[in-house]
Design a protein around this ligand. Structure first.
Ligand SMILES: CC(C)(COP(=O)(O)OP(=O)(O)OC[C@H]1O[C@@H](n2cnc3c(N)ncnc32)[C@H](O)[C@@H]1OP(=O)(O)O)[C@@H](O)C(=O)NCCC(=O)NCCS
Length: 424
């Protein structure tokens, strides 16, 4: 696919060049990567780490803005990359979405409209490929609403007082094994793949992400010294989950370590019980920290003391932007019968229109609307974790026909709270 002509022309008017980066050109791609890191105020990539990133993300559509008048003309002043990837939606279905990442604009070139051109170019690229939605995780929640995105999964960090939280959940049928990290890295993809399809909001992850998570990548030498890796096998001996965790010592009391979980992936409820109960019962440990989890974790209901499990820092995580209302809404299952007419507004035009939405199908209509909402609210409720009723009470969905918001909420609600366990 070519570079987006509209954004390229807008950026050219500013005396800059908007181009696709040939990721086979490692020198050029290497500078793109350093610009991306600089944009997030990260340390410079070492040659080894850079080589891993370049190999791990070369298949993405990679774009850059160059300023030929700058002191380093080969170094992009803006970056973005993107790729098509499945997103799990309610009903254990997946639909293809356009993942957008590495959005940076150099601090020397900020607030000139460059990011707007990058984002609009990405949305047009997604639309041109008939992808029903775009998605991203964000550094700041103030940036993307203007482009029609809204938070569709929320996340929370869990802090557990393990002295109080005695396991009262089901007795796991299988057992936990310590496994060498490298071995688990090989075994993990099959587990990750099954777990992904159970939770709306999860996306297909990529090998380099897991190399970094496991500490196998060169940029995380300290982690790899400390990490412990366990696998849960069910009663038949099939691996159904794994956890990676480290300990933070308490200098004053060796019996009060904090265990910090970097990754906890379970493909079954039995594996969930097996690994959580294992982590809660670690010796010499009084605190368990498990970040980036679902806001609705069963663990709350599996311990002796409800207040021993505190979820903190509830926040937005996956942001969605619907581009094709019919394809997006037809891609998921509904929890109750539905038949409403919705009027969708969209400043960028992609999704604007009036649609009859039923649990069996969606089509354009000229019937009068029962509800009005913008594409942002549609993105927010799409995965069934944000309540349409809450958005109506917040004044963000307008109801014209009594009962239609209730009906929308009942149908859209996902029995499993949507959640995304990675950043991208
Ligand atoms: C966020 C970032 C990409 C914005 O780039 P930019 O080129 O300065 O943005 P633009 O000039 O195109 O701004 C577009 C609009 O977004 C607004 N905006 C930009 N950054 C914003 C921010 N951080 N918070 C709130 N609004 C922001 C602008 O005011 C402008 O609003 P308008 O369209 O209503 O006039 C850039 O500041 C950056 O690289 N930040 C650090 C890295 C980062 O956080 N990237 C995002 C990763 S998810």
């Amino acid at each position: 696919m070519e570079i987006d002509a509209t954004s390229a022309a807008n950026i050219a008017e500013k005396g800059l060049r908007f181009e696709l980066v040939d990721t086979a050109d490692t020198e050029k791609f290497g500078l793109w990567l350093q610009a991306d890191g600089r944009g997030f105020h990260s340390p410079r990539f070492t040659p080894e780490t850079a080589a891993e990133y370049l190999a791990g993300t070369a298949d993405r559509r990679t774009s850059a803005v160059y300023d030929d008048s700058s002191a380093e003309p080969g170094m992009p002043v803006a970056t973005v990359n993107s790729w098509a990837t499945p997103l799990t939606v309610p009903g254990e279905h997946t639909i293809e979405g356009w993942a957008i990442s590495s959005v940076t604009v150099a601090s020397t070139h900020r607030r000139k409209g460059i990011a707007r051109n990058l984002l609009e170019a990405e949305l047009r690229a997604a639309k041109a490929q008939n992808l029903p939605l775009a998605m991203l995780t964000v550094s700041e929640s103030t940036i993307y609403g203007r482009f029609g995105f809204a938070p569709s999964t929320l996340t929370a960090d869990y802090d557990i007082d393990t002295r109080k939280a005695k396991w009262t959940g089901p007795t796991p049928g299988g057992r936990v094994h310590f496994v060498p990290v490298e071995q688990l890295r090989e075994e993990a993809p099959a587990i990750i793949e099954r777990a992904r399809l159970k939770t709306p909001g999860e996306i297909l992850t990529w090998p380099h992400l897991w190399d970094r998570t496991f500490g196998i990548s060169t940029d995380d030498k300290d982690f790899v010294k400390k990490v412990r890796a366990v696998r849960y096998d069910d009663a038949d001996g099939t691996p159904q989950g794994f956890a990676l965790y480290t300990f933070m010592e308490n200098d004053h009391d060796f019996g009060k370590h904090t265990a910090e979980v970097r990754s906890l992936v379970t493909a079954t409820d039995d594996a969930y019980a097996g690994l959580w109960s294992y982590l809660l019962e670690l010796d010499l440990t009084t605190k368990l920290r498990v970040p980036l989890r679902s806001v609705d974790e069963p663990i709350r209901w599996q311990v002796s003391d409800f207040r021993a499990v505190r979820s903190t820092d509830v926040r937005d995580h996956l942001w969605l932007r619907i581009l094709d209302v019919e394809a997006a809404l037809e891609g998921r299952e509904y929890s109750a019968p539905l038949d409403v007419v919705i009027e969708v507004t969209d400043e960028l035009g992609f999704a604007a229109g009036r649609y009859r939405v039923t649990h069996e199908g969606v089509h354009g209509t000229s019937d009068s609307p029962d509800l009005e909402l913008s594409v942002n609210e549609l993105g927010a409720i799409y995965l069934g974790g944000v309540s349409a009723l809450t958005l109506a009470r917040a004044g963000r969905i307008q109801q014209h026909t009594a009962g239609s918001v209730d009906a929308l909420e009942r149908a859209f609600h996902s029995p499993i709270a949507p959640s995304l366990s990675v950043w991208f």
